[in-house]
Ligand binder design. Structure first.
Ligand SMILES: *Cc1c(COP(=O)(O)O)cnc(C)c1O
Length: 398
């Protein structure tokens, strides 16, 4: 997963271009910037790599989700369906535009269960937001069919899955809108940053305006630009974009090396008959940033993660007990604790998640262990790691 592991000359070179020109802003200052437009270049690179018409860089993945919702005119009282297993940013973005996060169960893909989604659709539903957690994706075809049938927007949170694909399309490009994060732990990083991609020109134009105080970006005099809509500042800086530009050039190498390391661990673990693996949908290719598997029960999963950590095998996560990633520990959402006054729509619309029952999610997440795949491991280290993992898991099972 982490692009920060392999960081060096190419990132430095791109950054120095920006430092040399002294223009840190992505828009304007045409005369001073020695032709350096790092954000624009990175957007072009993203459009090519993701096979989409439009990419808009933003200051974070959270900003990307927020702007994606806003540019699709999702707002007060609209319902957005998303999984119980995600990162808190997914529902933060929904709440920030005044919309209602409707959590639904995940299945053995560790992402949205299409049957649970269908049951959750109401008159107020506007968006289905699958979250491609830990490098692998939701079964997007049935979700897209639901969107077509009910005239909903398919918004992919692909923040953790850049480089994967579904039905031959890069993850993020399958739905109406897709979002990426380039924060410090993601597959490729800008330090902080994010992007949305879309083939819908109207969404793109609104995203471009909304993320820069409503500027229409017409003409070369920033001070004279029009403001067709209200907006905010969700811009990325040239410094961050420069780092991302170096990193996106290395994305396919990162994925290849993740796949290699993943495959060694996976074939070792496949020798243990008691464990099963996360299901990757038939038409999907993950980005191999995590290896996710299921233990026979919750107790064994929890004990095994502890044993792995105690034996120096870092980077294995038990999301079931995790604060940021699973609904069980989201007290701030359950109790709607906020510093700002929440709208009537939100106060009345968000279900009481203290009372809700996500047995199906608990069944899968409660037994799941996800291990981070690092890029920097030598062949020998991966093999040693694989052997040690097998030994520890077997000893827990015996
Ligand atoms: C990281 C992440 C985000 C938010 O990205 P930031 O750049 O950290 O704001 C959103 N969703 C998921 C699934 C993520 O992993």
């Amino acid at each position: 997963m982490p692009g920060f592991e392999l960081f060096g000359a190419q990132e430095r070179e791109q950054l120095n271009d920006v430092l040399d020109s002294g223009v840190l802003m992505r828009y304007g200052f045409d005369g001073n910037r020695n032709g350096h437009w790092k954000a624009k270049e990175l957007e072009k690179a993203l459009e090519e790599r993701m096979q989409v018409n439009h990419a808009q860089l933003l200051s974070s993945g959270t900003a990307a989700l927020t702007v994606a919702l806003a540019c699709a005119k999702v707002g007060a009282g609209d319902e957005v369906i998303l999984p119980t297993f995600t990162f808190v940013a997914s529902f933060e973005a929904v709440l920030s535009v005044g919309a209602i996060p409707i959590l639904v169960d995940v299945d053995d893909t560790l992402t949205l269960d299409p049957l649970a989604v269908e049951k959750a659709i109401t008159e107020k539903t506007k968006v289905i937001m699958p979250v491609h957690m830990c490098g692998s994706m939701a079964d997007l075809a049935p979700l897209q069919a639901l969107c077509k049938k009910h005239e909903l927007i398919l918004l992919e949170d692909a923040c953790q899955a850049i480089g994967g694909s579904y039905d031959g399309k890069p993850l993020g490009s399958y739905g109406d809108l897709g979002c990426f994060s380039f924060d410090y732990v993601k597959t490729i990083t800008c330090g902080e940053g994010g992007a949305l991609v879309t083939n819908n020109k109207e969404y793109y134009v609104r995203a471009d305006q909304f993320s820069d105080h409503g500027h229409d970006h017409i003409g070369s005099n920033r001070g004279a630009e029009g403001h067709p809509i209200l907006g905010y500042n969700y811009r990325i800086s040239e410094l961050h974009a420069a780092v991302g530009l170096a990193q996106i050039g290395r994305l396919d190498d990162f994925i290849a090396s993740q796949k290699n390391n993943y495959s060694v661990l996976r074939s070792a673990l496949e020798q243990i008959p008691e464990i099963t693996f996360r299901r990757v949908p038939a038409k999907g290719e993950e980005n191999y940033s995590f290896l996710s598997f299921f233990m026979p029960d919750e107790n064994l999963a929890r004990k095994t993660v502890e044993a792995l950590a105690d034996n120096g095998l870092d980077g294995c996560f038990y999301w079931y007990d995790n604060n940021w990633h699973y609904y069980r520990k989201w007290e701030h959402l359950k109790d709607l604790k906020s510093l700002v006054g929440l709208s009537k729509e939100i106060r009345e619309g968000v279900p009481n998640y203290n009372l809700s029952n996500f047995t199906k999610s608990d069944h899968w997440i409660g037994r799941n262990i996800s291990c981070l795949i690092k890029l920097g491991w030598s062949e020998e280290e991966v093999q040693q790691r694989a052997n040690k993992m097998v030994e520890i898991i077997k000893s827990q099972l015996s």
